[in-house]
Design a protein around this ligand. Sequence first.
Ligand code: TRP
Ligand code: SF4
Length: 337
Amino acid sequence: MSDSVSSAVEKVNVVSGVRVTGELHIGNYWGAVRNWLELQDKYQCFFGIMDWHGLTTAYKRSDEILPLMREMYAEFLAWGVDPEKATLFIQSHVPEHLELFMIFANITPMGWLERVPTWKDAEEEAKASDTHNLGRFAYPVLQAADIAIYNGGLVPVGHDQIAHLELSREIVRRFNHIYKAKIREPKPLLTQTPTLVGLDGRKMSKSYNNTILLTEKDEKTLKKKVNMMLTDPQRARRENPGNPEICPVYSFHKLYSSADEQEWVVSGCTTAGIGCGDCKAKLAFNMNAKTEIPRQKKAELMSKPDDLNRQIKQNCEKARHYAQKTLETVRHHMKWL
Ligand code: TRP
Ligand code: SF4
């Protein structure tokens, strides 16, 4: 973790979010949740389940996406997001985001958005997938509002989000300039977001349908998925030695297994001392061990829907309360009270 995390002297809020497009997978753990758990001990944190951002591309699947959010909510709690330390909210339950979005939309020149690489590079794909829409175009403006509404000073991001965050800074800066305000400019907190290999050897991604879910429903399903992982193709036969460095299975051992176990894989693989089956069995065991408690907690949370709903409501109210105060300040600066 970088310096800025360890020096919590500067009291800033952390804002982060995950766009809702499908079930959470282990990439979300290594890319987001793991960092959240660390950050919630050091900062006032606002973590969001971003459903409006999800709708920009998944609007035709709204019926599937929306129910997923409760499950995601339970999952975040189960994996250790602590409402005592961090405010976990659902974006659409805090309509204040949209008011700030609209204000920001008016001060954001079109050219700024046209230059955003995630838009420029995806335009053809967006047209083909019927998502060349205003919501998707304005995505970074809503993100800027998500952050500013909680006075976000630090935003944990991977490299792919740097351009969005730069735009958030520019929008906030322009707001401050026009209205002589002092909203905090968010800074990126570069976090480690390892790219995981999916079951088909491509990047792990919901859109490729090659993921291991964050909380697979049981050990058997998890094992089955681990068994599907590709291995070093040189090891077509048990007696062929392999190279762990090019093997997806080993890349997961690096995340889930102890140093001794990793050494066991390296020496066993390179001397053909172990088979890929042994190697995968060990990995599945370790992955499951890490999942077992959250899996139980998630099941428990899901089994009491009223309690979960109450919790969601309470935490979203907390987020709203903060957001409303920010909006008051914003309107005050705009002389629009
Ligand atoms: N764009 C982010 C992503 O795809 C999700 C997101 C939406 C976000 N609003 C945010 C992240 C605000 C941080 C802060 O991962
Ligand atoms: Fe990959 Fe393990 Fe097989 Fe080596 S033994 S090729 S690291 S699965």
